[in-house]
Design a protein around this ligand. Structure first.
Ligand SMILES: C[S@@+](CC[C@H](N)C(=O)[O-])C[C@H]1O[C@@H](n2cnc3c(N)ncnc32)[C@H](O)[C@@H]1O
Length: 282
């Protein structure tokens, strides 16, 4: 179960246990919305500075390994492009893209997370549109974006990630890239622990039963859905996308920071993040 870095969310939602259980789209969305609303303050206290939430133009950090879009250019040239960020949270990535000349829309399920983005923009000046909606039903017209991206937003938390792939493929213009970062699927088999306990496999890689935290009544309060690498590729290809690369960022020598289950100890041994670079054929 989540630890005291999430004390406010655990206490607000009355989380009292873990139930590995099948859970559908609506219940997953309900749990995620409640969780991210309740955890927004703690999330930003712990990660806001690393993510550049308070910096005047935002930052685009793909993952706890610190990969920055300004260095890796996974989205290519973004100036003048219309871009959708899925699961934008407080939108540091979307704001950074806007600072590079893109026309960006950020989408997230949680008003608590989006509100942090609004207050960051109030401080810094400038506005990008933020939309509150779930990633399985994007409220946008077909072929309305040149590019789409997600840094751990939505994809690991939805029951039907194939539907997210289909929705992003629908709203992308032909030739558009969809680049999304998720927990590396290999992490599923280890306990969520940055220390030595997190080095011993305890769960089958092939067991897709979701990780669900519940309250005393059994109501889900936090959900994560697992897919294998093959599942992720099949879901993207099934949506008509080409998979161009799967990036597994290495833990950089300069980074001694822990982020939940991410740590130098584990990062030096096996990947924590997988970034899928996909493209809608022209
Ligand atoms: C780990 S945070 C990442 C946020 C942001 N990309 C960042 O780097 O800080 C995950 C985000 O996904 C959002 N999310 C979870 N499920 C979602 C869904 N079904 N649709 C849209 N957003 C969702 C959460 O509200 C949360 O803001």
């Amino acid at each position: 179960m989540s630890d005291d870095r999430h004390a406010a969310a655990i206490s607000t939602l009355g989380t009292s246990g873990v139930a590995r259980a099948r859970i559908g789209s609506a219940a997953s969305e309900r749990a995620s919305r409640a969780w991210w609303d309740a955890d927004a303050d703690d999330y930003h206290r712990t990660h806001g500075e690393f993510l550049g939430v308070e910096s005047s133009a935002g930052e685009f950090v793909w993952c706890p390994e610190g990969l920055h879009e300004g260095d890796v250019h996974l989205l290519g040239d973004v100036a003048g492009k219309r871009i959708l960020e899925v699961g934008c949270g407080s939108a540091p990535c979307a704001r950074w893209l806007a600072s590079q000349g893109a026309d960006v829309v950020g989408l997230d399920l949680s008003m608590g997370m989006l509100a942090r983005g609004v207050s960051a923009m109030d401080q810094a000046g400038g506005r990008i549109p933020l939309v509150q909606a779930g990633a399985e039903a994007l409220p946008f017209a077909d072929e309305s974006f040149d590019l789409a991206c997600s840094a751990f937003g939505a994809v690991p938390f939805v029951a039907d990630s194939a539907q997210v792939m289909a929705e992003v493929a629908r709203v992308l213009r032909p030739g558009g890239l969809w680049v999304f970062a998720v927990n590396h699927p290999i992490r599923w088999i280890f306990p969520d622990d940055p220390g030595p306990r997190g080095l011993t496999a305890t769960l089958p890689y092939f067991d897709r039963t979701p990780y669900v935290e519940v309250d005393d009544e059994g109501v889900p309060t936090y959900v994560e859905h697992h897919r294998t690498i093959g599942d992720r590729v099949r879901e993207a290809v099934g949506a008509g996308l080409e998979v161009r690369d799967i990036i597994e960022p290495e833990w950089p020598e300069w980074l001694d920071r822990e982020w939940g289950q991410w740590s130098p100890l584990r990062g030096q041994l096996f990947p924590g993040t997988a970034i899928f670079v996909t493209r809608k054929p022209a």
